[in-house]
Design a protein around this ligand. Structure first.
Ligand code: SAH
Length: 346
């Protein structure tokens, strides 16, 4: 029988497992504290638990951990980019960034991605598997341990499409939200390419999450040419889901718009975006596209001009600050380069 992934269990689930083993409920609390507050990486470190119970835990549960395969530290602004090795030998990326309001961690939700966005390195080699709640949580725990810095906010913007791994991501959010990290979901942003049915589900759950929509184009023709998901859920359906999300949760939507030379950075594109978003309470995050080796998309030279056009039309738009410019690699590129030139970490 497969061992149970203990870090993915809620406190209630852990208590039920231990009670079924004939243990008292307070043992579950002690073990939960070791896992999520003291964040030990081995059952043997649980010193107030008897050796006999620790052996029973070893037999029934597995306690996963990540290994640091690469760590790139920016000499400019304290950004740290990790390539974490997973227990089955796969790898994902996690990025720690420093802002005025604290440290923000960008975490991955899948190994690879099946969404097929044309400009994204994470999807080129396709989808491998979903991450478990424990594997998302460990990206926080391991980063805090390694860096000695506290993670104040999280963005689900690394490798993968979070809404394509819905149940595990929801479980992860409830774990982050409970003791241990105890983080309010208001400090968490979830970024999606636009899985409309799941956005509607999320709206009903009223989690308080900030929703970021990867928009990148404001007509169906342009968006479908760079984001295949638009053929399944078009802009009309997506915008309706965004308006409903705001109506139900009161949370303003953030739109990501990566500017690609000659594709979505023209005045015509700006006008299309103004027409699409005009009158909506939202925020637009403009991102100069990260060029990736496998595609010939070029970074736009007109980012500032584009921003001004939006703000002149009354749309709240900012250009995302580039962090870690000296270790800058597009999302998913580090994983693709695994084994290549970057300095390896023991
Ligand atoms: N799948 C989710 C989250 C991961 S991608 C989503 O699509 O939102 C995180 C963000 O980076 C998305 O807005 C995505 O469109 C954007 N992105 C991907 N590749 C990029 C690149 N090469 N340059 C700039 N932004 C990119």
């Amino acid at each position: 029988m497969d061992k149970i992934d203990i870090l993915s269990l809620s406190r209630e689930e852990l208590t039920a497992e231990l009670t079924a083993m004939g243990e008292k409920a307070f043992r579950a609390k002690q073990i939960y504290d070791w896992l999520h507050v003291k964040k030990v990486s081995d059952f043997s470190q649980m010193t107030n638990i008897s050796a006999q119970l620790r052996n029973m835990l070893e037999e029934k549960f597995c306690l996963k951990s990540l290994i640091i395969k690469k760590r790139l530290v920016s000499g400019i602004d304290n950004t740290v980019k990790y390539l974490y090795g997973l227990p089955d030998g796969e790898a994902v990326e996690t990025v720690l960034m420093e802002y005025k309001h604290g440290n923000s961690l960008c975490i991955s939700t899948q190994v690879g991605c099946r969404m097929g966005c044309r400009f994204c390195a994470s999807t080129i080699a396709g989808f491998v598997r979903h991450l478990l709640p424990s594997e998302m949580l460990l990206q926080i725990y391991e980063t805090e341990r390694d860096s000695g810095r506290h993670v104040d906010s999280i963005v689900l913007m690394g490798i993968g499409e979070p809404l394509d791994n819905f149940d595990n991501v929801m479980k992860f959010l409830s774990l982050v939200n409970s003791e241990g990290e105890g983080m309010s979901l208001r400090h968490i942003s979830l970024s999606t390419c636009g899985l409309v049915d799941r956005i509607n589900e999320l709206a009903e759950m009223k989690t308080g999450l900030t929703l970021s929509i990867s928009l990148h184009a404001a007509t169906d023709e342009k968006r479908s040419s760079i984001m295949p998901i638009n053929k399944k859920y078009n802009l009309e359906q997506l915008m309706k889901a965004c308006r409903d999300y705001f109506a139900k949760t009161g949370r303003r939507i953030s739109f990501e718009y990566s500017l690609i030379e000659g594709v979505n950075d023209t005045e015509e594109s700006a006008n299309e975006l103004i027409r699409l978003l005009g009158g909506m309470l939202c925020h637009v995050n403009l991102i100069p596209i990260n060029e990736i080796r496998e595609r010939d998309f070029k970074k736009s030279r007109y980012v500032e001009r584009f921003r001004k056009r939006l703000t002149d039309a009354g749309i709240n738009a900012t250009v995302r600050r580039t962090l870690g410019a000296d270790i800058n690699a597009a999302c998913g590129q580090l994983r693709r380069d695994d084994g290549a030139s970057e300095e390896a970490v023991d």
